[in-house]
Each structure stands twice: as C-alpha cells, then as structure tokens.
Design a protein around this ligand. Sequence first.
Ligand code: CA
Length: 228
Amino acid sequence: MPAKDKILIVEDEKGILSFMTTVLSSNGYDVISANSGAKAITMVTSHCPDLVILDLGLPDMDGVEVLRFIREWTHLPIIVVSARTHERDKVEALDLGADDYLPKPSAMGELLARVRAMLRRREAYTPDVLSFGDLTLDRRSNELSAAGGAVTLTRLEYRMMEALMLNRGIYLSTEELLVKTWGYESETEQGAVWVYVSTLRKRLGAVGSGVRIQARRGVGYRLEAPDA
Ligand code: CA
C-alpha cells in the first residue's frame, strides 16, 4: 500500500484544528499538527511533511516568520490560510514563498481541492536546478556540478542526491532515504543507503565541492556546506 501524504497543519485555534484534522484524515491524509510557530518549525525539520497548511496568527511568532524559516530549508508546498485579508498580507506571503493563500474562514471543500492540486503538481513547485552551497543539481540532465567539474549521476544516485538537496539541512533517516530513492514498494535493504551515500561522497569529491554528507548515528543524513 502506498504511504499517505503527510500534511502538517499549523493552527492555534483548537476547534479549527480539530475540524481540519478530521476532514483531512477522512480524506486519506496522514495529519500532524503544531499549535505554535516554534513547534511548526520543529515538526517540519523532524517529520518531513509533504505539505504545510499555515495559519499566520500564531501565539508565539508571526506565521510569516515560520514561512520564511521553512523556505530557507525546503521547497515543500505551503498553503497559507489566514483571517488577514489585506492584499499586502497576501502579497507578502506569496513573496516569501507561500504557494497559495486562502482567506479564513474558507470552505473545507475549497481547501481540499487546493491540497489535492498542489500535491498532484508538486514537481512543478521545484526548480529545474537545485543548489546547495557550491553545488548544483540539474534535474533535467541529472548532472551534479561544482567548481571542479560535473558528473552525470545514475538514476538512483540522482534520486538520493535530489532528496538530500530538497531537504537541505534536514536530517533524513535511513528509512526516509530508502523510500525517497527506491520507492515505497522496494524491498531494498537499508545497507544500500550507506553504499549510495558513500558513492555520492565520492561524486562530491570528484566535482570538487565543499559540500559534505553528514551522518549522525541513529538520526540520519543531511547535506552540510562549509559556510552554512
Ligand atoms: Ca490563529
């Protein structure tokens, strides 16, 4: 069975949160939630959701700050749902990298339609060329390059490097890397992840990049740039 898409709802009003959770869960999504900005940031970095629904009026910080933080690290789709209806609030959220903006209250049917559309088109939210530190990965040619040259990655090497670059700075567990590289249905052993990490490290060396794949025991792997 394919895994469900995981949605993080960031909302401090209990009634709204519980209603949204019920509706999204019954529509087949795996729902996690955060009732403050600080929790939202922790959840994004530790749970790797597929999409975030973000309220702007949070008790500890402005949702705009949460948006700014998430965008520094990842391209995951973000839908802002806010009672702020000024055009400038909407423009600011979109400028900071929100993918959609819905006024509050909005009909759940409308929100569900946006969620479905966004998850279906998630590839379109990702730029053709990913970059991290001195490294770039061209998603059309599978080419990895840095100041010292370029190499074309094999399909699996590419998928693992793409997962690491899309989740820049976030630790991905061995299990997550396995799924993102080989897919949910795969019976590939976890040891293969280590083998590919080791290959990618050689690739990074070959293109003369300063980016490293950092391993943390029991947590996972992430990219690290010398100046980050
Ligand atoms: Ca609120």
